[in-house]
Ligand binder design. Structure first.
Ligand code: GDP
Ligand code: FE
Ligand code: FE
Ligand code: FE
Length: 187
């Protein structure tokens, strides 16, 4: 899968606004990859593809999790996390993306996880801080992302967990594990 093919696939799967978000994640991901010595080609491909499943019907994604034997607890943490995990599965099986580094960056772009690869961290963070985003506290994350990739991931995780907790929404356990991992890392 080259970039042209990847862009074609997501142009067909995404609405215009989401496609423009994707283009900004690619740009931001490239900057972060260069800054922190992460493989730029892999980051760009993962960023192009990261929201591939964003507009699949929730019922379809839930069925895929069951039928494909993905972890069933994914069904218990709100529908927003599904597109990341099912997206990685669809990319592998529908588009025949074979690069495990790219697939894992897509899989963990929403929840993060402990001990992320550089590619995973950059895609996770680029999705969070791309210039079209406007979350509370994002400017601080953007500033730290100029200096320290792990600390910027920690702050994005902290903000996301705080946001979910405030709304009384469930938090996927690997997001907590990521938060704990990167908080200890700072000591
Ligand atoms: P987008 O697809 O570009 O909009 O961005 P993301 O893939 O990062 O999805 C963001 C959404 O996922 C936000 O609404 C978050 O609240 C939600 N989210 C992120 N992490 C978690 C988690 O651990 N648990 C749950 N339930 N939702 C999460
Ligand atoms: Fe996403
Ligand atoms: Fe995200
Ligand atoms: Fe996204």
């Amino acid at each position: 899968m080259n970039e042209i093919e990847a862009f074609d696939a997501v142009r067909r799967s995404l609405k215009k606004r989401r496609f423009e978000h994707t283009e900004r994640v690619v740009e931001e991901g490239e900057k972060l990859a260069n800054r922190f010595n992460v493989n730029v080609e892999k980051v760009r491909l993962a960023a192009i593809l990261h929201d591939y499943a964003k507009y699949r019907p929730v019922e379809e994604m839930r069925n895929t999790i069951i039928n494909a034997g993905l972890e069933e607890r994914l069904l218990d943490f709100g529908d927003e996390i599904l597109h990341a995990f099912v997206g990685a599965y669809y990319l592998e099986h529908e588009l025949k993306v074979a690069d495990r580094d790219v697939l894992s960056a897509v899989k963990y772009h929403t929840t993060g996880r402990a001990n992320m690869t550089g590619i995973e961290k950059v895609v996770f963070l680029a999705d969070y801080i791309e210039p079209g985003r406007n979350f509370p506290g994002i400017e601080e994350v953007r500033e730290i992302a100029k200096l320290d990739l792990d600390q910027a991931c920690f702050m994005a995780l902290k903000n996301t967990i705080g946001f979910l907790v405030k709304k009384g929404q469930p938090v996927y356990p690997e997001t907590f594990e990521a938060y704990n991992y990167y908080s200890n890392d700072l000591k």
